[in-house]
Design a protein around this ligand. Structure first.
Ligand code: GLY
Length: 583
């Protein structure tokens, strides 16, 4: 423990130098933390980017609560993790308040502009114009992140916006050393980032070369925008200079987001969806995320088997996972959308009797074919009370008082649409592609949708983001987790929970264990390296169609707590640069 405190002290020293010296210093990471959880007696922050984790933990150490730290981390990631951290996108924040024993879901998902229309991405032949949907100013929904962060802070935080935004402003203004992961992703995405003049200016060197790891990335325009927000709050983004720059960007390129759309952006506080799994209560994001509903639906199906007895990642276990996933994603395609526009049958989908009915369809020795599985017709589900990338980033904060934040936010693809708002320094999302532009036509994650997720003015595109908090029977939070990964997010979070609850894994082991994914269509079982060839052969014999080669699924950031309120935090080893940092 003494050693951990020393590590924590060194981290806090490195952060002080990061904030107050010029230029910023690299946070030194404990390489063992990739395999062992970081242990915290007080608070802890875990995120996909070490400097931002340090920002959150510094706020905790300065007396802030988990929400203060989460907002500070969110703004810091907008600077240090431009591929997914953002002020030009949106997301979902789950907040557990210890004293009130209450959990809140904050929906700050992007909204379709008022001029958006159902067929806006269809070309003359009636096909989806993928470039328009994913890499144009039309790809962007009205951003919600700034409103969401401010809403969380004003309602559940204790610090001022200036206090929590100061580290992000400094990081943008003075620069921070480019990590290896950032340097290589800027090379990888240079095709579309480099084709937008503002993005080229912001993310590539003045001589046109790529940044090398260790060089400083300074973002002056972003610093000014962040400063405006810190001074003026919501108005610093949704009106005034920032709004002028965003609207000018739209008008130059025929985009449709208007001043009115910005003014009308609204954060929605929702009830999380919760379900009981074995003796635990699992709470996650409700629609317009599909994450919570289908996480609980799959857990309900799986609860009928003794998974531990089947053996972790055995063929018998993975077969049951796949068949549960297949059915949940089939239902997703028909029934999930923005609940303010479409009557999502969430209760019915999460009904244990409906899960029992689905479980009965699963042959323990034989794969079904996705073409034979259809989403339940609405009337069957309604009657069923008697039956029953991929980018995005997740982070979590847990304070010494037991308040917990589990937050997933995104600009959709890595670097969103690739288009930056010239003069304002931030990337625009391409979240409009998460709508179903044409029934039966797959989006960027291969997901199919229909009426429930059709484009409508003011509507929020269906998401898979699944920030989750698990509670033990007495109601104490025991796990906060989540992941990026587009359509794979829900199945990644599912396997995290099963690893911890059914297989007694510690949080770092649970994060590292190989995963699989199935989403009904395409009818392909995707798997990670580490699932044995013997197991894959048995799954093939059972009739499953395997992907050609292993893929990487998700990048979790998780915190667990034991009965003595000691926290164990772990960043997924699949992506470098992440860190869990104790107070
Ligand atoms: N943009 C990915 C998601 O929200 O699911």
């Amino acid at each position: 423990m003494k050693q951990l405190l020393v590590i924590s002290f060194l981290f806090s020293l490195s952060f002080q130098s990061l904030c107050f010296a010029e230029p910023a210093q690299v946070v030194k990471l404990d390489p063992l933390a990739r395999f062992h959880p970081v242990i915290a007696e007080k608070g802890v922050t875990v995120s996909q980017e070490a400097i931002a984790s340090q920002v959150g933990t510094d706020i905790l150490a300065a007396g802030g609560n988990a929400v203060d730290a989460a907002v500070a981390t969110g703004f810091a990631l907008a600077v240090t993790l431009p591929r997914a951290g953002n002020i030009g996108g949106g997301g979902f924040m789950l907040v557990h308040l210890a004293e009130e024993n209450k959990t809140i879901a904050i929906d700050y998902r992007e909204m379709a502009p008022a001029a958006a229309s159902r067929n806006m991405f269809l070309d003359a032949e009636g096909d989806v114009d993928r470039v328009k949907a994913r890499h144009s100013v039309h790809s962007s929904g009205v951003p919600g992140t700034v409103a969401g962060m401010i809403y969380a802070l004003e309602n559940f935080g204790t610090m001022s916006l200036k206090q929590v935004m100061q580290p992000a402003i400094k990081l943008a203004h003075k620069g921070f050393p480019v990590s290896r992961s950032l340097a290589s992703s800027l090379v990888r995405y240079s095709d579309y980032l480099g084709s937008d003049p503002a993005s080229r200016n912001y993310f590539y060197r003045a001589d046109g070369e790529f940044y090398q790891a260790g060089e400083l990335l300074v973002q002056k325009d972003l610093a000014v925008t962040l400063k405006r927000i810190s001074k003026q709050g919501r108005d610093g983004f949704y009106t005034g200079k920032t709004a002028d720059l965003l609207i000018a960007q739209m008008r130059r390129n025929g985009g449709i987001i208007s001043y009115e759309d910005l003014l009308n952006y609204k954060v929605v506080e929702r009830q999380p969806v919760c379900g009981d799994y074995r003796s635990n209560r699992v709470c996650a994001m409700p629609p317009p995320s599909s994450g919570g509903v289908h996480l609980i639906q799959m857990l309900n199906i799986l609860e009928g088997w003794d998974l531990n007895a089947l053996g972790h990642n055995s063929a018998a276990y993975l077969h049951r996972l796949v068949e549960s996933m297949r059915r949940a994603y089939a239902d997703r395609s028909l029934h999930l959308g923005d609940p303010d526009f479409y009557a999502v049958p969430a209760e019915q989908l999460m009904d244990k009797r409906y899960a029992a009915q689905l479980r009965k369809q699963i042959d323990p020795g034989k794969s079904s074919r996705s073409k034979d599985i259809q989403p339940a017709p609405t009337k069957v589900i309604n009657e069923s009370t008697d039956i029953e990338s991929t980018e995005t980033t997740h982070y979590a904060t847990w304070d010494r008082w037991g308040n917990v934040v589990s937050n997933t936010y995104t600009i959709n693809f890595s670097y969103g649409s690739g288009i930056s708002v010239a003069g304002a320094g931030f990337l625009l999302n391409n979240e409009m592609d998460d709508f179903s532009s044409k029934p039966g036509s797959a989006n960027g994650y291969g997901l199919i949708g229909g009426e429930a997720n059709a484009i409508q003015p003011g509507k929020r595109p269906l998401s898979s983001m699944t920030p989750t908090i698990v509670f033990e029977p007495q109601g104490e939070p025991i796990v906060a987790t989540g992941s990026p990964g587009g359509s794979t997010i829900i199945t990644v979070v599912l396997q995290m929970l099963l690893n911890v609850i059914d297989f007694d894994m510690g949080i770092a082991e649970a994060a590292a264990a190989p995963r699989i994914h199935h989403q009904w269509l395409p009818d392909t079982l995707r798997y990670e390296r580490g699932i044995s060839v013997d197991t894959l052969n048995i799954l093939t014999e059972m009739g499953h169609s395997l992907g050609d080669k292993p893929v990487r699924l998700g990048v979790t950031q998780s915190i667990a707590s034991d009965k003595n309120k000691i926290k164990y935090a772990a960043s997924d080893p699949r992506r470098e640069g992440a860190a869990a940092i104790p107070e």
